[in-house]
Structure formats: C-alpha cells, structure tokens
Design a protein around this ligand. Structure first.
Ligand code: FAD
Length: 122
C-alpha cells in the first residue's frame, strides 16, 4: 500500500469514527443510570484498545488515562469527547474546534429522543 493511500484511509477511518462517537455522545441519556454510565466508560476503554489504527489507539489510550471518560450526563460526555478530539487535533496539527454548542452539531436522523438502556439490569 502506498504512502498516500495509507494516509487517506487513516483519515477516512478517523472522520467516520469521530462522527459516530460524537453522535453517540449527543444521544447519551441526559440523566444516565449507573448502568448507562458504566457502559459508556467500558465502551470507551475497550474502544481505545481496539481502534484499528495502532498508533492512534496507543495515544488515545494514554489520553484516557489522564482524562477518564465523563459519564455523568449527555452534556458532560459530549464536552469530554469534544475536548479529547481537540487533544488529537492538536497532535495532528488540525484546528481546535469550538465545543460550546456541541450538542446541536451531531444529529443522528433518529426520530426518538435518546439512546435507551435496552438491557434489564438497569
Ligand atoms: P476529523 O478530525 O476527522 O474531524 C471530522 C470533523 O469533525 C471535522 O471536520 C469537524 O467538523 C469536526 N470536529 C473537529 N474537531 C472536533 C471536536 N473537537 N469535537 C467535535 N467535532 C469536531 N490521526 C493521526 O494521524 N494520528 C493519530 O494519533 C490519530 N489518532 C486518532 C485517534 C482517534 C480516537 C480517532 C478517532 C482518530 C485519530 N486520528 C489520528 C485521525 C484524525 O483524528 C482525523 O480523523 C483525520 O486526520 C481526518 O481529519 P479531518 O480533518 O477530516 O477531521
């Protein structure tokens, strides 16, 4: 695989992943249950171990050690991820993003209000 192809694919994967992660946070419950909070925490920790770009995963995992996932509310989770994305932006020399109205930036096209806890052990 050529250098450019490699770089393009890494960027595409990054864009798609950030879109998914920000949208997931924008749909996280405003008042999460302890189970919701644990799920988000575990999801992010596993995500950072399994993200397919190895160099990115190592760096992101270190970021999570310093800045653990904020899971107390939709706003807290969205702001936290926005700040983490900005840490990565800094590292890859991309512009810093304004996180102030992050909740309105990632609509999911879903007609229901928020991600639901579909498991029984709430
Ligand atoms: P992206 O950074 O992909 O962002 C997509 C869009 O999201 C932007 O156009 C903007 O509209 C919006 N956005 C930008 N910043 C924010 C923010 N803070 N909050 C909310 N929305 C925002 N690449 C590397 O080369 N090295 C790495 O170590 C690396 N680590 C990564 C770690 C993770 C967890 C992920 C998901 C990706 C990583 N990437 C890394 C990829 C990199 O972050 C970009 O996705 C890629 O370079 C493409 O950049 P882009 O300019 O299209 O914008």
């Amino acid at each position: 695989m050529g250098f450019m192809g490699n770089k393009t694919e890494k960027a595409e994967l990054g864009r798609a992943t950030w879109r998914f992660l920000h949208t997931m946070m924008a749909r996280f419950p405003e008042n999460p249950t302890p189970h919701d909070r644990q799920s988000l925490h575990d999801f992010m920790m596993l995500f950072s171990r399994l993200y397919p770009c190895g160099e990115c995963a190592v760096h992101f995992n270190k970021l999570l050690e310093t800045y653990p996932p904020q899971t107390s509310s939709r706003l807290a989770a969205s702001q936290w991820l926005c700040a983490m994305h900005n840490k990565v932006n800094e590292r890859v020399h991309k512009p810093i993003y304004d996180c102030s109205d992050i909740l309105s930036k990632y609509p999911c096209g879903c007609d229901d209000g928020e991600a639901e806890d579909i498991t029984t052990n709430k």
